[in-house]
Design a protein around this ligand. Structure first.
Ligand SMILES: Nc1nc2c(ncn2[C@@H]2O[C@H](COP(=O)(O)OP(=O)(O)OP(=O)(O)O)[C@@H](O)[C@H]2O)c(=O)[nH]1
Ligand SMILES: C[C@H](OP(=O)(O)O)C(=O)O
Length: 198
């Protein structure tokens, strides 16, 4: 995660400016609540650890990104740390902006991958919300514009399940409105109900 005050710039305007960092953290909290029901261990690689401390909870570790080399470097850093402790694990890179995420849909994606390197494309079909490694093998994250194609071209399997809650990443105010229709997690819903919508 980037610092919440700087990240998700395309989402600016969905809530009053002062509430933007709180919204970014709420999206992550709802993502974590669902992911925590499925993953054995969660690691957040943060550009600014202090700015995301609110996300720390049992089962969720936060580490500082080493160097400013971008999202894929941050994910590889996290991968290395997790591998050191569990060389045979399946490692997943999950976006932190999935406020409608349901644990059952995340579990179904992992089940469909069945130990193959695989990914879930975002709602639009161009980005990626989840990338899974094969057990003990490299994650090879290729996040960024057009990442669904990049993951497919590097041999990852495109998972086919519907999983709207897992595909609905929130990049823009329109995405947030869509996530609301799918069903927001408690923290994001609460923040919007508090009337802080711009
Ligand atoms: N640690 C770390 N996380 C990053 C970095 N770049 C992007 N991310 C995170 O990766 C996720 C996906 O990135 P985007 O959806 O493009 O988010 P973003 O860059 O904050 O959004 P925009 O400013 O709207 O482009 C977000 O949770 C970001 O915080 C990075 O360099 N380091
Ligand atoms: C990082 C990127 O996320 P987006 O900015 O498209 O949400 C991606 O899907 O690879």
């Amino acid at each position: 995660m980037k610092p919440p005050r700087a990240g998700k710039s395309r989402l600016r305007g969905a809530v009053a400016d002062a509430a933007h960092p709180g919204l970014v953290l709420a999206l992550a909290e709802d993502t974590l609540a669902a992911a925590g029901e499925v993953a054995d261990r969660i690691l957040i690689v943060a550009s600014d650890v202090d700015a995301v401390m609110r996300l720390r909870r049992p089962g969720v570790e936060i580490v500082a990104e080493q160097g400013a080399h971008g999202l894929n470097a941050a994910l590889r850093q996290g991968e290395k740390r997790l591998r050191a402790d569990d060389p045979d694990a399946v490692i997943g890179a999950l976006q932190a902006d999935l406020p409608a995420l349901r644990a059952d849909e995340l579990a179904a994606a992992i089940a469909e991958a069945a130990g193959r390197r695989a990914f879930v494309a975002d709602w639009e079909g161009t980005g990626t919300t989840l990338l899974l490694s094969a057990p003990g093998e490299a994650l090879e994250p290729k996040f960024g514009p057009g990442s669904a194609r990049a993951h497919r071209e590097t041999g990852a399997r495109a998972l086919e399940l519907a999983a709207p809650s897992l595909r609905r990443d929130v990049d823009s105010p329109a995405d947030l409105a869509h996530a609301r229709r799918i069903g927001l997690g408690a923290r994001t819903a609460e923040l919007l109900v508090q009337g802080r919508v711009a």
